[in-house]
Design a protein around this ligand. Structure first.
Ligand code: UD1
Ligand code: CA
Length: 495
């Protein structure tokens, strides 16, 4: 079965009351549109056409920006850079889509003249395609691959020319009702606004998913304007088909939880909760322990290894990968980062765009800023900030430290209060520290500076020059003890 997908995303989304286009509202870190595209892409379509409207530019940008590669300084064999497929259509637009190499094409519906008109605008991008066109509304983010596959199988087995996926709704008001004849065939889809009192009682509704054979797409041109709404309804293709002697199928195989169409902010919150349950359940089934799953947020792109434990109030965002047997303690936020097997992220830590290698321990209260790499068995302790720095294996910075633009070797000890002074007001400079160095507490390393292998920096030093390997560098002034000074001061104050 050859498939092409069309996602309708050109609606204005008035009911959201937002300046952001509706389909770009996010659910667990991913836009509604991208959720639909990801699911559709799993059917391995030959191409996907996204129909965008007034917010064409924003929609195109959002897809291109999805899942940026993880920004690491020295990258890493196992970094999960996503495969990207690109294409250029006749309109000269570039599309990017993650995973397989499906082609993504953008079509424009300049004025939101209804779903029927939107699909019509996709036709030039479908020319030359022969097969089944799967049409999906861009505001149904919870749709699953399994249901779509089941639907397409039914469509194929029944030799349908047009089919609609339907579901039973507890609150059908915002959906088109499925009208069937006595033999059970679908004869039309009626929107709430056009429905009679009796039709309003029907609970079987249109999900907004259709399978249409490419040969039947010409029927779209016969859809008449709905005068009440001033739109061309795609749903009217059923009546047009019937008038042309073509029977349509309607398969009630969806569930309301999967086909919630997001029109309002209330709907998006409902969808978010449903997706949250789905994500947490998936990770539980894959061997993740949650101490309080209800307080944990996991983006849909996050991946985790078996035996990892997640404590309350943890946020795992973006393209984050957590290895096996990790422990993520309470109040941690990890964004677009890789945490390797056995690593421990202690309480109240923020990790952004970085890699934490096997068995490293980070936190509590640590901030790992983008472009950092924390080595195997390394330790980054409380109130330590690391920015765009490589920390070697076994290296420890346990307390109150700033490491910025630093390249630090193996088994280095960074004393409490150490600061790499990487910025002179104009430029950032590098601090390079060799293996087995010992940096005494409260030292400032004024970059650019190199600290040679195995050397020592005396506590309280301000280092402005390179330090040779195995040397001791000291820059503090010698201590002076003034005997009985305190007694003399006391008598002075009294008199
Ligand atoms: C639509 C269906 C309804 C179905 C419901 C399922 C029609 C007329 N009604 O209603 O039967 O039960 O979806 O969720 O189709 N769009 C465009 N261009 C437009 C208008 C809309 O691309 O001119 C896009 C929107 O961005 C959206 C999708 O089409 O992603 C559906 O539009 P929406 O206005 O939300 O339709 P509903 O009223 O929900
Ligand atoms: Ca809708």
């Amino acid at each position: 079965m050859k498939i092409a997908g069309v996602v309708l995303a050109a609606g204005v989304g008035k009911r959201m009351n937002s300046s952001l286009p509706k389909v770009l509202h996010k659910l667990h870190g991913t836009t509604m549109l991208q959720h639909v595209l990801n699911t559709l892409n799993e059917l391995k379509p030959q191409k996907i056409v996204v129909v965008a409207g007034k917010y064409y530019k924003e929609i195109e940008e959002s897809i291109i920006q999805t899942n940026p590669p993880i920004p690491c300084p020295t990258d890493d064999r196992r970094a999960p850079l996503l495969k990207v497929g690109t294409t250029r259509n006749r309109g000269g637009k570039v599309g990017l889509l993650r995973t397989q190499n499906s082609k993504l094409i953008f079509a424009q519906q300049k004025e939101a003249k209804g779903t029927g008109d939107a699909l019509l605008k996709a036709l030039p991008s479908l020319s030359g395609f022969k097969g089944t066109v799967v049409v999906i509304n861009g505001d149904t983010p919870l749709i699953t691959r399994e249901t779509l596959k089941k639907f397409l199988k039914l469509h194929e087995n029944k030799n349908d020319v047009i089919s609609v996926l339907s579901f039973m709704s507890r609150e059908p008001d915002s959906y088109g009702r499925i009208i069937r004849d006595n033999a059970g065939y679908i004869t039309s889809i009626i929107e709430e606004m056009d429905a009679t009192y009796l039709q309003k009682n029907i609970r079987e509704v249109n999900s907004g998913v259709y399978a249409i054979e490419s040969d039947a797409l010409y029927l779209l041109k016969d859809i008449k304007l709905n005068k009440i709404k001033g739109e061309y309804y795609l749903t009217d293709i059923i009546c047009v088909a019937r008038d042309n002697g073509i029977k349509a199928g309607a398969y009630c195989i969806g569930s309301e939880d999967e086909f919630i169409g997001v029109n309002t902010r209330e709907d998006i919150e409902k969808a978010r909760q449903l997706m949250r349950h789905r994500i947490i359940k998936r990770w539980m089934n894959r061997g993740i322990s949650f101490i309080d799953a209800a307080s944990v947020f996991i983006s849909s792109d996050v991946r985790m290894g078996r035996g990892t434990t997640v404590y309350p109030n943890v946020h795992l965002e973006g393209n984050t990968k957590i290895g096996k047997g990790c422990t993520i303690y309470p109040n941690v936020r990890i964004q677009n980062s890789i945490i390797r097997d056995g690593a421990v992220i202690r309480d109240s830590t923020l990790i952004e765009g970085s890699v934490v290698k096997d068995r490293a321990v980070v936190g509590p209260f640590a901030h790992i800023r983008p472009g950092s790499k924390i080595g195997t068995d390394a330790k980054i302790g409380n109130f330590v900030e690391v920015k765009k720095s490589v920390i070697g294996s076994g290296t420890k910075a346990s307390h109150l430290t700033y490491l910025g633009d630093a390249k630090i070797g193996k088994d280095v000890n960074i004393g409490a209060g150490t600061i790499t002074c990487n910025y002179n007001g104009y430029k950032k400079h590098i601090t390079a520290i060799g293996d087995n160095v010992f940096i005494g507490s409260d030292s400032q390393l004024i970059a650019p500076v190199k600290i040679g292998k195995g050397s020592y920096i005396g506590a309280g030093s301000t280092i402005t020059k390179d330090v040779p390997s195995k040397a001791l560098a000291l820059s503090r002034i010698e201590q002076k003890n003034i005997k009985k000074w305190a007694l003399r001061r006391k008598s002075k104050v009294k008199s």
